[in-house]
Structure formats: structure tokens, C-alpha cells
Design a binder for this molecule. Structure first.
Ligand code: ADP
Ligand code: MG
Ligand code: MG
Length: 865
């Protein structure tokens, strides 16, 4: 069994085995970039360890062999008291999980080797600094000593020494600190800090394996849909030292701006620092450009390496590097996370640069990102004064009530903004629950910024606010914001405002509305280009769900090729409610007919306007669907009824009460039990179409019957409708497929239907037996936690169950009627993952809300690649 690969023996394609970090370190080594020597223990070893609960056989010997190679290359040995080799032990799975798992630096230091390091480096201060870092990282990671204990000792030491930052502590301070840290370690674990470097190494490796299963790592994976079974690799490499004085340092660099996508070199640099100092946001960093002045040769070398990496990965790369006394070392690279705007802009840029083609560019964006770009922005009319401005770390415009810890954020019932000095992985649940994140420290590469960008949350960091955890408030200049106060944060400008600011449409929406042209900005141009390319390659049609002429017109502007669902029940609300009441209370044929006659002209006018807005395009009109009693007042409001009318209403409400209204008298059942109701609607449609034709229009109405479970229901409705339509040609009649029985008998139903449209909301509700209006708050959170479901089946189609019903209905429906048109009009029609499924299932179109139409167009194109 081979559990280990040397950097020289791997490459970028081996992410499954070596994790992203290990595979990319191997790739950089192959490319001849300066990478300290090292090797990677595979994810397979991790899986074996997690399964067995003990170190896999043969692994220690393999580690020994590979270590020997590193020792030879470096000319130093682990544990050599005179000139010790130090190692870093790093985690890294197939998919990047920033800051989720563990890294331990400076492994190999003990009471003796620390002196050797001091002598060979000629720098006491540096050696003791490394040692105290090792004890705290090892303690926290391997033995779960609370990080706070070390942080507090460090802060106390700074205070005693009268300095503000860690680099100002001198060798004596740090030596004392090491003693204190060792005491903390022993107090907490009952054992002294391990002095044997080999034992440190094994402890660190196993701790990295175990870190795969920490609660925060699981939470992150669930949010990002990363399987729990993959395991992490462990990379072990020689340490290089960014904390050896002012000519050393550590930093993060991006080959393009991860926020806007603009070309150039971006990043943060921190002189005289090691490892986590940059990412934790605990010290203020310099912009990367400063390095050009501080150390021009290293900056040039870094710039050249960036070019090599972009060429190799054909994408934006992010890079972690360290400079040791003027010598550059590459410690990590990966294809970088980026905001939605940057994803579109960069994909289009790379096409222009001839690096990728349009198909590849389309693969690199997705519907979820496009949806983010369509969120509204703050309306700054009236020039509101920000209370503070920080680093624009993750775009968006979010309002919410300030909360100061993760727990309150998860418990809050209203939108919240999580306010923290800096975030760490334990804040993850709170960050997920919050609309936005506001921190007082850190830059674009701080934990808060990286995680927020990944999750699509708004984030402003590095604001000069003073947070008081005790009082639960923060101060920005003279303004004090208490817990529960409303604030608005703008992640595109970094500005923070008091109160709730109004919002306006995003430029991308303005472009779809036709208010901005495609060339108005690089972002809009990129969206235009990629959505157009999706249109060119997709097979799936995209329709919209729209009930009003206004929505219909918007859907058309957004690129819908028709209306897949026009609900008629909304047309009975408002003042028209009374007319429905009249229908319900009507006694005898004549009264019923009179009530229907009163509704007819109103319906006709509704349809005429929608058909006008969608002239030349199909409009699928669904006959009335919900239980009629939804149009009556609530029982409680009628209990004291005094008038004759109200008494009648009360009796009707009682008569029509149902225990399970969603399974009751609605849809086609209503049409069959209330004679004349569907016929009135069909007549209104026919007359509206005739009116449009007379006006020179090109109306294309279609009639859709809801809730059919058996072909005989549809047969009866159809016969009645055809009687009404006698003489009016070309109005197709079809049905929703939303009762499981309809899907299972689709072959029969297709004989009476010219088209099918899957109502996946009801189909999901009835297939699972989940009451849609109740489960989202009660059952789903527990089911997600227990791993029973991976996502709400009402958001993303359940392929295995509901999807199977869809596939059966498509197959048997088409068998019975080869030219059967098939679409979907449930919420799923605008969900990126579900669109892919509908493409694969062979549907003709998806129909979704107007704002989702561009998202569905893009995803339908991606599905066709
Ligand atoms: P993460 O996955 O959380 O980014 P890393 O494994 O990248 O964790 O480690 C965090 C930081 O530790 C790196 O950015 C780097 O600065 C530092 N580090 C890791 N390995 C070494 C090394 N061999 N020499 C010096 N610093 C290192
Ligand atoms: Mg890293
Ligand atoms: Mg339905």
C-alpha cells in the first residue's frame, strides 16, 4: 500500500488522493517554482484511520522514508539539537474548506532544538517565537486546549512589556511566554508538552485526520454539499520562516481581483510574520503592491510565478507565499474563490485573452451566481452618511439587526447582521444564519471575507469600530449601535449605515429590463455574452410563471418564450371576492348562472391584457385550482354574525370546512362539482382570444387543467370545454401532472392531453406526504441535521423519488402521444440543479418566476454542454 506521494511524484489532477493543497504543491514543484520539499499522505490513509480508529499499518514506516528524503534535501534532521529541521503539517481535502481544518507549524521544536535554531539562525527572538507558536497550535489542535488561554497569556505579556504588537516582544519575553504556554498545556492535558519530535509529528498527523470530522467542518460541508466520506490528505513539508525579521514576511496574492474580476495583482502582505497571522485578521496587513517597494526582487519573482500559474490553471489563482530573508517560497495555490461578479467578468476576459472558449466560460459560471447579481443594491438618493467605511469584502446590500455572537444570529427570527471583531470557524453557523457580516479587523483575505464570499453573504471588514461584547454594542465615531439596532452594510463599497436603507435594482437587472445596454460595464457585457451563448446551445425552452400583464411583460423582456403557468385564482381576489361569495352562496341554477355571468367579463378582460402582453407567444392558462372556501372570510370573523348575508356565509364556511384542504375540493374536482365554473373560464379565454384576433393580434392561449389524477376527470372537463369552444380552433387543452397517480397513469392521460406540465410543488408534497406549508420550519432542519435529506425537496428536485415519477410520466406520455409537449411549472423550474435534471429527463421547457428566467436560460445552456 502506498499512502504517500512526494511532491515530485504528484500533479494537479490528483486532488482525490492528495487533496487540493497536496496536488497543487506537487504541480508547482513540477513547474519549477520554489516550493519547500515535502510529501503528502493520501486521503485514503485518512479514510482508513477514521474507519479503524488507529494509524494504518505501514504508514509510520512510509513517513520515515519520505522524511529522510526531505532531511537530505534540506541538509537538516528532525530533532537535531544543533541544526533542527522543522516541519509544517497541513490538512487539505479534495474541495477547499478555508480555515475549516487544522495546520500545525514549527513541528520539531523542543527545549533543546530551540537553542539549536537560535544558534544557526543567529536570532534568539525568532527561535522562541517559533516555539511558542508550536505549543499553542499543537495544544489547540491536538489536545483541544482552548485557544483563548494562549491568546490571553500573549495579550497579558504584551501589556507587561508595554508593546502593542507581537513582533515588538523581545527574546526574553518570548522565552517566558514559552514557559507559560507549557504550563497551560500541562494544566489542561495533565501531561508535559511532548519533547520528542517524532511523537509531535505523529500527533499532528492524526489530529489533522480527526479534524475532518469536527462539527464546524461538517457544518461547512453540508452548506457546500461536499460529501462527508472523502477525508482529508495531510501535507508535510519543510518550514520556511516569514518571521525572521523585517526582510521576511508572509502573504496572500490573487492573479486578478477576486471581488470585481479586474486584471492586476491583488493581495495582502505582512512583514515579519508567520502563517495564520494574515488570515486570522489579527494584525493589519499591507496591500501587496507595497512589496514592490519593500523587496523588488521577490515581488518580481512572485509576479513571474503568478503568470506561470495562470497559464497552467487557465484561471484566477490564489497563492500563499512566504519570504525568508529575501527568498521567495510558494506555499499554496488553487483556483481562487471569487464573487459572482468576478466569476462572470473573468470568464469573459479569459475568452478575450484566448485562454478558454465560450463553452468553457459558460461552465465556469452558474445560475446561483447570476441570481446573486440580480439582488437589489442600496438606493443612495439623499446621500445617506455612512457611520463608518471598511474593506468591501463580499458584495451585496444587506440590512438587519446587529447581533454580537453566532448563537444569537442563529436564534434570531428577523434578518441580522453578525458583528464581530474577527471571525473564526466556530462562527460558521452564525455566518450562515446572518444576512451579512461586519468585522472590525482584517482585510479581503481574512476568514470573514473568504467565507462570506463563498457563501454569498455580504461582508464588510476592517472597519474602525470598537466592539464591546459585555454591553453588546459597538461604537463608530460618536455613533453607538446596540444589539437589535438596524444597520445596513454595503459589501460593494464597504460603507455601513444606520437604519434600513431602501434598495434599487442591480445593473444586471437593469440590463435585462432594457434600461442599460450590454456594453454599459464589463460585468453587464459578460452576463450578456454568457447568457446569449447559453441561448445558442440550449435545447430546453424557458417560459415564465406570470399572472398579471405586468409580470408577463417583464418575463418577455427577461427572455421568456411564453407563459407556462398563468394562475387564475389571483384574479378572484380584492373587490371580486364578493362575486365569488355570490357564486358560493348561489341557490339554484339561475343564481349560479347570474354569478358566473358577472365574473365572465372580468376574466375576459384579464386574459385579453395578458394575451396582448404575450402576443405571438404561448400563454398556458390554468383553470381555477385552490379550494373555493379560501375566498370566504375566516370562521372566527363570522361567529357573531347578525345579518342574513353573514349567517348564510357562516353556514357556507361550516359546510365547506375540510380537514385536509390541499387534498380536498380543489382543481379539477371543483370544476366537476361546481357546474359552469370551468366553462365560464374557458369561454372567457375563447372570447379574449377572439378580441385579440379582431384587434389584429396573434393570441396563443392554452388551457391547463389542475390536479387531475385519472384520465376520466380530464375526459369530462375536456368534453365540456370543447362544447364551449365549438368553432374556435387551435386552443390546446392539457393537464398538470401533480398527483402521483397521474404520473403513474400518464399513458392513459396523454390520450386526452395535448401537453403535460409538471406541478412539482404538489407532486413533491404528495409523493413525500410532506405538508409543504408546515415542514420547512419543523421537520426539515432536523432532517438536514440527521442527513435524511441533503436539501429541501421543495427547492431542489428529489431526483430519486419525485424525479422518477417525472421520468415515468415523460416516457409513458410520449409513448401514447409522440408529439406531447412537456414542461414544468413548479418552483423547481428556476432552481439550477433541477433545471439540469429536467434537461436530462427530456422535457421541452421549464417555467419559472420572471426574475428566474435568466437563471434558467443560463442553466439550460450549461446542462446542454
Ligand atoms: P489553510 O488550509 O487553513 O489555509 P494552510 O495549511 O495553508 O492552512 O496553512 C496556513 C498557513 O501556514 C499558510 O498560509 C502558511 O502561511 C503557513 N505555512 C504552512 N506551511 C508552511 C511552511 N512549510 N513554512 C512556512 N509557513 C507555512
Ligand atoms: Mg492555506
Ligand atoms: Mg398544484
Amino acid at each position: 500500500m502506498t499512502y504517500i506521494f512526494d511532491f515530485a511524484d504528484g500533479d494537479m489532477h490528483m486532488k482525490d488522493l492528495l487533496g487540493g493543497k497536496g496536488a497543487n504543491l506537487a504541480e508547482m514543484t513540477r513547474l519549477g517554482l520554489p516550493v519547500p520539499p515535502g510529501f503528502t499522505i493520501t486521503t485514503e490513509a485518512c479514510r482508513a484511520y477514521l474507519k479503524l480508529g488507529e494509524i494504518p499499518e505501514g504508514l509510520p514506516a512510509e513517513i520515515g522514508d519520505h522524511l529522510l528524503r526531505v532531511e537530505k534535501t534540506m541538509g537538516r534532521r528532525l530533532g537535531d539539537p544543533a541544526d533542527p529541521l522543522l516541519l509544517s503539517v497541513r490538512s487539505g481535502g479534495k474541495f477547499s474548506m478555508p480555515g475549516m481544518m487544522e495546520t500545525i507549524l514549527d513541528v520539531g521544536l523542543n527545549d533543546t532544538t530551540v537553542t539549536g535554531l537560535a544558534t544557526t539562525s543567529g536570532d534568539d527572538r525568532f527561535a522562541w517565537d517559533c516555539y511558542r507558536r508550536l505549543i499553542s497550535m499543537y495544544g489547540t489542535t491536538v489536545e483541544a486546549v482552548p485557544h483563548d488561554l494562549f491568546e490571553r497569556a500573549l495579550a497579558t505579556r504584551r501589556q507587561a512589556a508595554g508593546v502593542r504588537t507581537d513582533p515588538e516582544l523581545d527574546a526574553a519575553d518570548l522565552r517566558d511566554l514559552v514557559e507559560e504556554y507549557k504550563q497551560i498545556f500541562q494544566d489542561h492535558t495533565g501531561e508535559p508538552f511532548p519533547q520528542d519530535p517524532a511523537a509531535q509529528l505523529t500527533g499532528a498527523v492524526l489530529a489533522v485526520f480527526r479534524s475532518w470530522n469536527t462539527e464546524r467542518a461538517r457544518v461547512y460541508r453540508r452548506a457546500e454539499h461536499i460529501p462527508d466520506t472523502l477525508g482529508t490528505a495531510v501535507t508535510i513539508m519543510a518550514m520556511v520562516y516569514g518571521n525572521r525579521g523585517p526582510r521576511s514576511g508572509t502573504g496572500v496574492a490573487f492573479t486578478r481581483d477576486p471581488t470585481t474580476g479586474a486584471r492586476g495583482r491583488y493581495g495582502d502582505y505582512l512583514p515579519n510574520a508567520q502563517g495564520e497571522d494574515v488570515v486570522s485578521g489579527s494584525r493589519d496587513t499591507l496591500p501587496l503592491q507595497e512589496l514592490a517597494h519593500l523587496d523588488p526582487p521577490s515581488f518580481d519573482q512572485l509576479t513571474a510565478a503568478m503568470g506561470v500559474l495562470e497559464q497552467r490553471y487557465r484561471d484566477l489563482c490564489d497563492i500563499e507565499f512566504t519570504i525568508e530573508e529575501g527568498r521567495l517560497w510558494m506555499l499554496q495555490t488553487r483556483v481562487g474563490k471569487r464573487t459572482a461578479a468576478a466569476a462572470f467578468t473573468i470568464a469573459a476576459q479569459l475568452v478575450d485573452e484566448g485562454v478558454i472558449d465560450l463553452d468553457e466560460a459558460l461552465r465556469r459560471v452558474d445560475g446561483a451566481k447570476l441570481a446573486q447579481l440580480m439582488f437589489p443594491r442600496f438606493d443612495l438618493a439623499g446621500d445617506p452618511e455612512p457611520i463608518v467605511t471598511g474593506v468591501a469584502a463580499a458584495p451585496g446590500a444587506s440590512c438587519g439587526r446587529a447581533v454580537f455572537d453566532s448563537r444569537r444570529a442563529t436564534e434570531a427570527r428577523e434578518p441580522v447582521i453578525l458583528v464581530r471583531r474577527e471571525t473564526n470557524p466556530d462562527d460558521l453557523p452564525g455566518m450562515l444564519a446572518a444576512r451579512g457580516i461586519l468585522t472590525s479587523r482584517g482585510g479581503k483575505t481574512s476568514h470573514a471575507a473568504v467565507v462570506a464570499r463563498g457563501m454569498g453573504r455580504t461582508c464588510v471588514c476592517g472597519t474602525a469600530i470598537e466592539i464591546d461584547d459585555e454591553l453588546r454594542e459597538f461604537r463608530a465615531g460618536d455613533v453607538v449601535v446596540r444589539e437589535g439596532d438596524l444597520i445596513s452594510i454595503d459589501g460593494t463599497t464597504g460603507k455601513v449605515y444606520l437604519g434600513e436603507l431602501p434598495v434599487r435594482p442591480s445593473p444586471v437587472v437593469q440590463y435585462f429590463e432594457g434600461e442599460l445596454d450590454a456594453g454599459s460595464s464589463p460585468l453587464v457585457a459578460a452576463v450578456h455574452r454568457l447568457v446569449s451563448h447559453a441561448d445558442a446551445v440550449r435545447r430546453l425552452g424557458v417560459y415564465a410563471n406570470a399572472d398579471t400583464p405586468k409580470d408577463a411583460a417583464r418575463a418577455r423582456r427577461f427572455g421568456a418564450a411564453g407563459i407556462g403557468l398563468c394562475r387564475t385564482e389571483h384574479m378572484f381576489l380584492g373587490e371580486r371576492r364578493e362575486l365569488v361569495e355570490r357564486l358560493i352562496l348561489a341557490e339554484g341554477e339561475q343564481e349560479v348562472q347570474a354569478a358566473l355571468d358577472a365574473l365572465l367579463p372580468l376574466q375576459r378582460a384579464d386574459f385579453t391584457r395578458i394575451l396582448a402582453a404575450m402576443d405571438g407567444l404561448p400563454v398556458t392558462i390554468r383553470l381555477i385550482d385552490p379550494p373555493l372556501h379560501e375566498f370566504l372570510p375566516a370562521l372566527e370573523d363570522l361567529l357573531g354574525a347578525t345579518t342574513e348575508h353573514d349567517r348564510k356565509l357562516l353556514a357556507a364556511v361550516r359546510r365547506m370546512h375540510e380537514s385536509n384542504p390541499m387534498l380536498g375540493l380543489r382543481g379539477v374536482r371543483l370544476g366537476l362539482l361546481v357546474p359552469g365554473l370551468f366553462a365560464m373560464q374557458v369561454r372567457a379565454i375563447a372570447e379574449a382570444a377572439a378580441e385579440r384576433v379582431a384587434a389584429g393580434g396573434d393570441p396563443r392561449p392554452e388551457i391547463m387543467v389542475p390536479l387531475v389524477g385519472d384520465v376520466r376527470e380530464l375526459h369530462l372537463v375536456r368534453a365540456d370545454a370543447e362544447r364551449v369552444l365549438a368553432g374556435v380552433p387551435g386552443i390546446p387543452i392539457g393537464t398538470m401532472i401533480e398527483v402521483p397517480r397521474a404520473a403513474l397513469t400518464a399513458g392513459d392521460i396523454a390520450h386526452e392531453a395535448e401537453f403535460f406540465s409538471f406541478g412539482t410543488n404538489d407532486l413533491t408534497q404528495m409523493a413525500w406526504g410532506f405538508s409543504r406549508d408546515d415542514v420547512e420550519g419543523s421537520i426539515f432542519p432536523a432532517y438536514l441535521r440527521l442527513g435524511v435529506i441533503d436539501a429541501s425537496p421543495f427547492e431542489t428536485i428529489d431526483r430519486r423519488g419525485v424525479g422518477r415519477l417525472v421520468s415515468i410520466a415523460v416516457e409513458e406520455g410520449r409513448q401514447a402521444r409522440p408529439d406531447l409537449r412537456i414542461g414544468v411549472c413548479g418552483e423547481h423550474g428556476g432552481d439550477p440543479d433541477s433545471v439540469r435534471f429536467f434537461h436530462e429527463a427530456g422535457l421541452d421547457y421549464v417555467s419559472c418566476s420572471p426574475f428566474r428566467v435568466p437563471v434558467a436560460r443560463l442553466e439550460a445552456g450549461r446542462a446542454a454542454l
